[in-house]
Design a protein around this ligand. Structure first.
Ligand SMILES: [Zn+2]
Ligand SMILES: [Zn+2]
Length: 247
């Protein structure tokens, strides 16, 4: 029961008490590094951090840009309901251990690293009133023991001072894994899967929400979360994820 959650609690306990005694470690190869929130010199160039130019709406890195604010062809033909999205790094075979170890409970303390990296561009968070994580269905939550998006949201809230509201969105149905599915199939999977908690509407009506998740691929999950929040009265929705995979 809740093996991942117990593992995460033990990790957090030991890291809290042992942190003053152990040097910071590279989160990818685990060798000591000089500063917190950094990678070693070997791993740094391996992780492809995303910097401009990227699509302002979906955060997808672009080869070149003619203007400071750009929207990619995909977003021009099929716009997302959220007004902007940002990702810290690309999801590649080299960077995937970071996210997989985080998600499967072996390195949940990476939420703190990721939140730090998300906040590189403080300007992006200026108009955000509330942080809302993408929810897990209760069966998956029971199996995993924690929601990785809520861990990220909590650390982001602690580092930024923006309130975290994990109870606003609920996942009504478990959806099959989205890996290997077409865009249409993914969209069909997540449609009507999310629901806004009616008792919490007054918390976010007229406010700008930052939706947080670990990975953005097609963006179908984030699209439907944003649509639900906007329909229920949110002023605007922005998205922040740890990594962006190519679709
Ligand atoms: Zn390293
Ligand atoms: Zn785009």
């Amino acid at each position: 029961m809740l093996v991942g959650g117990v593992k995460a609690l033990i990790q957090s306990f030991f890291r809290h008490f042992l942190k003053p005694l152990i040097p910071p470690l590279c989160p990818l190869c685990h060798i000591p590094v000089e500063q917190d929130y950094t990678l070693c010199a070997t791993c740094w160039p391996v992780v492809e951090f995303i910097s401009a130019p990227f699509c302002d709406q979906c955060g997808q890195p672009l080869e070149c840009a003619m203007a400071p604010t750009i929207i990619c062809g995909r977003c021009l033909t099929d716009p997302f309901p959220f007004k902007a999205a940002r990702a810290v790094f690309r999801y590649t075979p080299a960077s995937s251990p970071l996210i997989l170890n985080f998600k499967h409970g072996d390195m949940t303390y990476l939420a703190d690293f990721f939140a730090h990296w998300m906040l590189r561009d403080r300007g992006y968070f200026k108009d955000v009133d509330l942080i809302v994580p993408v929810p897990l269905h209760w069966t998956r939550l029971l199996k995993r023991g924690f929601n990785q998006a809520a861990l990220l949201g909590k650390r982001l809230s602690l580092q930024s001072g923006i309130p975290h509201a994990p109870g606003i969105l609920k996942r009504l149905k478990e959806t099959p894994s989205q890996g290997g599915l077409s865009k249409k199939e993914r969209a069909r999977n997540v449609k009507k899967v999310f629901h806004v908690n009616p008792s919490m509407k007054s918390h976010f009506q007229g406010k700008t929400i930052l939706l947080v998740d670990d990975v953005m691929a097609s963006g179908a999950t984030l699209r439907f979360c944003a649509e639900n929040l906007l329909k229920a009265g949110a002023k605007a929705v922005k998205v922040q994820v740890v990594c962006r995979s190519k679709v």
